[in-house]
Design a protein around this ligand. Structure first.
Ligand SMILES: Cc1cc2nc3c(=O)[nH]c(=O)nc-3n(C[C@H](O)[C@H](O)[C@H](O)COP(=O)(O)OP(=O)(O)OC[C@H]3O[C@@H](n4cnc5c(N)ncnc54)[C@H](O)[C@@H]3O)c2cc1C
Length: 112
C-alpha cells in the first residue's frame, strides 16, 4: 500500500501498487484480502483509471467491526501488503459497455 487517506470517520481512500501489471476497464472491481483477516475476500470497485505508475485506488467504507472493511479502513497503513484478485465485471457494467460499443449478441453492430 502506497497511500492511505481517511476521508471521514468511516471512509478511506487506498492506493496500492501491484507486483504485476493490472489491466482493467472502467466499472470493474476486484477482490481484496487483508493480512489481518486471511482467507476472507471482499469485492471493491477500482476507483478511476490506473495511474501512470500502475497504482490502483480503492474507496472503502467501514461497515462494522471485525470485517475486511474495518481492517482496510482502520488497521492498514502505508507499506502494508494486501492481496488482489483478478479484475472482474458486474453483469450490468458488461452490458453497458457492450451497448455503448454497439456490440451485443444477436444484434447488428453499427448504424442502421
Ligand atoms: C461488486 C461489488 C463492489 C463493491 N465495491 C465496494 C467499494 O468500492 N467500496 C466499499 O466500501 N464496498 C464495496 N462493496 C462492499 C464490500 O465488498 C463489502 O461487502 C463491505 O466492505 C463489507 O465487508 P466486511 O467484510 O467489512 O463486512 P461483512 O462482509 O458484512 O462481514 C460482517 C461481519 O462478519 C464478520 N466476519 C466476516 N468475515 C469474517 C471472518 N473471516 N472471520 C471472522 N469474522 C468475520 C465480521 O464481524 C464482519 O464485520 C462492494 C460489493 C460488491 C458486491
Amino acid at each position: 500500500m502506497t497511500a492511505h487517506r481517511l476521508c471521514g470517520p468511516d471512509l478511506a481512500g487506498l492506493r496500492v501498487r501491484p507486483h504485476e501489471t493490472f489491466r482493467y476497464r472502467a466499472g470493474q472491481y476486484t477482490a481484496l484480502e487483508s493480512a489481518r483477516l486471511p482467507h476472507t475476500w471482499r469485492p471493491y470497485y477500482l476507483a478511476g483509471w490506473p495511474g501512470r505508475d500502475g497504482e490502483l485506488e480503492f474507496h472503502v467504507r467501514c461497515t462494522g467491526p471485525g470485517g475486511v472493511s474495518e481492517a482496510l479502513v482502520r488497521h492498514t497503513a502505508v507499506g502494508d501488503r494486501i492481496r488482489l484478485g483478478p479484475p472482474r465485471e458486474t453483469w450490468h457494467s458488461a452490458r453497458s459497455r457492450r451497448a455503448n460499443s454497439g456490440w451485443w449478441p444477436g444484434t447488428r453492430a453499427g448504424p442502421r
